[in-house]
Design a protein around this ligand. Structure first.
Ligand code: OSB
Ligand code: MG
Length: 368
């Protein structure tokens, strides 16, 4: 393919309800979409992080600069543009996995459309629908949390993830277990809120039979997570600490995690995400696809990935209505606790022009 035009669209979409985690509270999905035009087809992608570097070191305005000044010039200089060439062309730029993922995914969407192939087919999907879990934020009270969980279960969600932080951990987990029973698939996510000094406290979660505890300790401290895992029975799952397939292999080898959260954005894109899937599967380690409150543009490719056979646990890929009153694409609708895997070419979806127009705050041409 030959790159002809790249446009970046800043979008701001209100969330149906504020989403509070140990690192902050979100009320809008405020990010950008990339629209790549080649001589053969067009592609879309969504940047996964937020305006502030609270979940990870990347952020919206920084990623725009990185893409415009460092990634795009290298990709535009390729004699022949293919998805497989994007990561090697940008490898010398350190880090910035989420920015790299946005660029690679838009190119991938265009390339697959040019070949009339769906992302699910390309990645090796074995399912046409995927079980949906839901990530439930920190609430002002336990009764308010129980109301939320009850509503999500009534909608059909098959697994509940509770966001936790010091002061909001044992009590909400105990309350959810007491109200909804031991059979409910339940897990927690601390987003790095604890330290090893909290090991004895976290061990008290063991009695609740959780599927996993996600990223309890500081980002990138595999050694500390391995020490924690020796002291608790709940399986440790890593999110923020895993940036590529190689460090995922290291984390598994040192027993720093017994479950892997795969977010394609966090690892530089879908090609590397599939490698994480393969590493986890080769080790017999459970894996699932995480989420970043994506619009339909980010959700569609995550659903294609989640359809691979090694994703053995329900993911955070929830329906559009869990996030937005109105999504930027046709909404993804929960049916019998599952979401459909897109079947159209590429990521299988595009923004609805009128909705996109209403949610777009600024458009910038990045290339030429
Ligand atoms: O840690 O998994 C996380 C949302 C934003 C940033 C980080 C995380 C999350 C979620 C929600 O837990 C996942 C989703 O529903 O998209
Ligand atoms: Mg997480």
């Amino acid at each position: 393919m030959k790159l002809e035009h790249v446009e970046l669209l800043h979008v701001a979409i209100p969330l149906v309800t504020p989403f509070r985690t140990s690192f902050g509270t979100m009320t809008t999905k405020d990010t950008f979409l990339l629209h790549v035009v080649t001589d053969e087809a067009e592609g879309w992608s969504e940047f996964a992080a937020d305006p502030e570097p609270l979940y990870c070191s990347e952020f919206v305005s920084g990623a725009e600069t990185v893409i415009r000044d460092f990634l795009l010039p290298r990709v535009a200089a390729l004699p022949r543009l293919t998805t497989a060439a994007v990561a090697p062309a940008t490898a010398k730029i350190k880090g910035h996995e989420l920015a790299k993922a946005a660029l690679e995914t838009a190119v991938l969407d265009a390339e697959l459309r040019a070949h009339d192939m769906s992302l699910a087919t390309y990645l090796g999907a074995t399912r046409d629908r995927v079980p949906a879990g839901v990530s439930v934020g920190i609430k002002e009270s336990v009764p308010a949390l129980l109301d939320d969980v009850e509503r999500y279960l009534a909608e059909g969600y098959l697994r509940i993830k509770l966001k936790i932080e010091p002061g909001w951990d044992l009590a909400p987990v105990r309350a959810v277990r007491e109200r909804f029973g031991d059979g409910l698939p339940l897990q927690v996510d601390a987003n790095t809120a604890y330290t090893l000094a909290d090991a004895e406290h976290l061990r008290r979660l063991d009695e609740f039979g959780l599927l996993l505890i996600e990223e309890p300790l500081e980002e990138n401290n595999l050694h500390a997570h391995a020490l924690l895992q020796r002291r608790i029975a709940t399986p440790v799952c890593l999110d923020e600490s895993l940036h590529n397939a190689r460090d995922t292999a290291s984390a598994i080898a040192m027993d720093a995690c017994r479950v892997v959260n795969v977010k394609p954005a966090r690892v530089g894109g879908y090609l590397e995400a599939r490698r994480l899937h393969d590493v986890a599967a080769a080790h017999g380690v459970a894996a699932w696809v995480g989420g970043m409150l994506e619009t339909g543009i980010g959700r569609a490719p995550n659903l294609a990935l989640a359809a691979l056979p090694g994703f053995t646990l329900p993911g955070d890929t929830s329906a559009s209505s869990r996030y937005f009153a109105e999504d930027i694409t046709e909404p993804f609708v929960l049916s019998d606790g599952h979401l459909p895997v897109p079947t159209g070419p590429g990521i299988g979806i595009t923004p609805r022009p009128d909705t996109l127009h209403r949610f777009t705050t600024t458009r910038n041409t990045l290339f030429p």
